[in-house]
Design a protein around this ligand. Structure first.
Ligand code: SF4
Ligand code: SF4
Length: 268
């Protein structure tokens, strides 16, 4: 019986997601992507009006009318996509995961359809990814007050489909064994001290990655009196991964991007 099951299992082809499909993928996150050539003033006003978090907003600069999109505030509700008439689409690829807070903000001139700020879009290949991960990386996941949505996606990183361990990246139970803190949730008043202590317990050099809209800036809980703010309100942050929650592919891309940016230039 058991030998039959084992024989059948070995005969099933691997469903491990190819590494080149992981890098930069945001499929399923419902994060928006702007098609500037289809933008009109009416559409820009409409999408900014329906956005519940002010991730999308309009700003006038002289003759220019800019549509700003802050991925760090976007919760992936999809409302802008529903009313965007093709000028706002669900993004299948997002290159800003793991970048600085500024790189999460994009801007388009609505009248000319030109992008004002472009998030970095390096085309990454499998060989490059393995060269960035030249050694094992130990991650301590730290929940500073999340709804558990981000954790559910982080747990998926260890399943046989995403298999984060193939990059030499492991989750550890203690900050004393960690190279990176992956911090989810808005930082609540109750957790602020514990977050700082966890950071202090992590040996140098160490990296901090803020995960999700909550980690980037407090997300939907930002206005709560029980919330101190995003992760950067209590810790120095090396990279931000937007989404509510970010998909596992966005998490992998963000972690790898932080490592790529900071290899050889770790600050602490
Ligand atoms: S998907 Fe993001 S940008 Fe679009 S309306 Fe929702 S929160 Fe705003
Ligand atoms: S970013 Fe979204 S999924 Fe993650 S903790 Fe905040 S509310 Fe929950």
């Amino acid at each position: 019986m058991i030998s039959d099951i084992a024989r059948r299992s070995f005969g099933v082809p691997s469903r491990l997601i190819p590494v080149e499909e992981l890098s930069g993928s945001s499929a399923g996150s419902r994060m928006p992507e702007i098609r500037p050539e289809r933008l009109t003033v009416e559409i820009a006003e409409r999408v900014a009006a329906v956005c519940p978090t002010t991730a999308l907003k309009l700003e006038s600069h002289g003759d220019r009318l800019n549509l700003m999109l802050d991925y760090g505030e976007c919760i992936g509700c999809g409302r802008c996509i529903a009313v965007g008439e093709g000028a706002v689409m669900a993004a299948n690829r997002l290159q800003c995961c793991g970048g600085s807070r500024e790189q999460l903000i994009c801007s388009w001139d609505v009248r000319t359809g030109t992008e004002q700020v472009r998030a970095g879009s390096p085309e990454r290949i499998r060989a490059e990814i393995f060269s960035w991960v030249g050694r094992a990386l130990n991650i301590r996941q730290l929940d500073s007050g999340s709804c558990n949505g981000c954790e559910a996606e982080i747990v998926a990183l260890t399943n046989p489909y995403y298999d984060l361990e193939r990059f030499g990246i492991h989750f550890v139970a203690s900050p004393k064994h960690a190279d990176m803190l992956l911090v989810t949730g808005p930082v609540t008043r109750n957790m602020a001290e514990a977050v700082k202590k966890t950071y202090e317990a992590t040996p140098h050099p160490k990296l901090v990655v803020a995960v999700g809209a909550c980690g980037c800036g407090g997300g939907i809980f930002a206005a709560s009196p029980e919330v101190v703010g995003g992760v950067s309100s209590v810790l120095p942050v090396d990279g931000y991964i937007p989404g509510c929650p970010p998909t596992p592919a966005m998490l992998v891309s963000g972690i790898l991007e932080v490592m790529r940016r900071l290899t050889g230039t770790r600050r602490r």
